[in-house]
Design a protein around this ligand. Structure first.
Ligand SMILES: C[S@@+](CC[C@H](N)C(=O)[O-])C[C@H]1O[C@@H](n2cnc3c(N)ncnc32)[C@H](O)[C@@H]1O
Length: 256
């Protein structure tokens, strides 16, 4: 099954989803764990729309350097606008498995919701180990899509939708194996943190409400799910009001 395509439409939607209070809070937690210091050189692998790049730039100041690496031109275009007035940020096109940097180039690195899309995670972590100086801090956050609780009227239809949605990325349950992979890549894991998203009622400006659109666009026409099936699934969730409930767990690992 083809994974999510980070084209212009997807990039614009991600930009909107990542501006919700849910994802703003997630970034605050990631930034707190990364703890970039003035003059640090920091890499963001799979920097996407660039929100985190801007926040890291403000922490490292004019003496630091921030590199945002991403293979998707549509994502880089959005990030370019966001970081336009932050001279310390550089955007580089490239892949997590072949980082275009010298050994030990960075004091710290971060990667949020990226390795779950990368087929060869051990190769990507070996690259991360190579470009971060010994003792430098690394923060990696990914989602376990089996952690989702979403109150739907038709459990069978909901299970079918979510099973197809699992195909939108290569590793839907990556956090379970990430600490071991980090260790085998030569890192010492120093922190494990739960970063949940909790939407206890329906609000169109939340992570989960906007994710209904993302899921619907991806699953329609796949594995026998018709437009009518998916529309009924989405309409049910959107009409739940106070009977709505969504939770999802993200896991954040700190290593050096
Ligand atoms: C879900 S977005 C997350 C963006 C950003 N890290 C954030 O949390 O705001 C996933 C990003 O990973 C990027 N990506 C996908 N495969 C990649 C790879 N092999 N190497 C580097 N980045 C990749 C995509 O282009 C996209 O920008």
């Amino acid at each position: 099954m083809p994974t999510l395509d980070f084209d212009e439409r997807a990039a614009r939607h991600i930009q909107r989803v990542y501006a919700t209070a849910d994802v703003v809070a997630q970034r605050e937690r990631v930034l707190e764990l990364l703890d970039p210091r003035p003059d640090d050189r920091v890499l963001d692998v799979g920097s996407g729309p660039g929100y985190l790049l801007a926040e890291i730039a403000d922490r490292v100041g004019p003496g630091g350097a921030v590199h945002g690496l991403d293979p998707a031109p549509a994502m880089q275009a959005i990030a370019a606008t966001l970081i336009a007035d932050r001279a310390v940020v550089r955007l580089d096109e490239g892949d997590a498995c072949a980082l275009p940097y010298d050994d030990a180039s960075f004091d710290a690195a971060v990667s949020t919701q990226v390795y779950e899309y990368v087929p060869d995670v051990p190769a990507a972590l070996a690259e991360l180990r190579r470009v971060v100086r010994p003792g430098g801090r690394v923060v990696v956050l990914d989602t376990d899509w089996e952690s989702v609780v979403w109150h739907a009227a038709d459990p069978d239809r909901h299970r079918r939708v979510m099973a197809v949605w699992d195909g939108h990325l290569v590793h839907p349950y990556l956090p379970r194996t990430l600490p071991g992979m980090l260790r085998r890549a030569g890192f010492r894991v120093t922190g494990r943190h739960l970063v949940p998203i909790f939407n206890p009622s329906y609000d169109p400006d939340t992570y989960s409400a906007l994710t209904i659109d993302t899921v619907a666009a991806y699953v329609t026409g796949r594995d026998g799910l018709t437009a009518a099936d998916v529309e009924a699934w989405a309409d049910d969730l959107r009409s739940r009001g106070e009977d709505y409930l969504f939770t999802l767990n993200r896991y954040c690992f700190v290593a050096c």
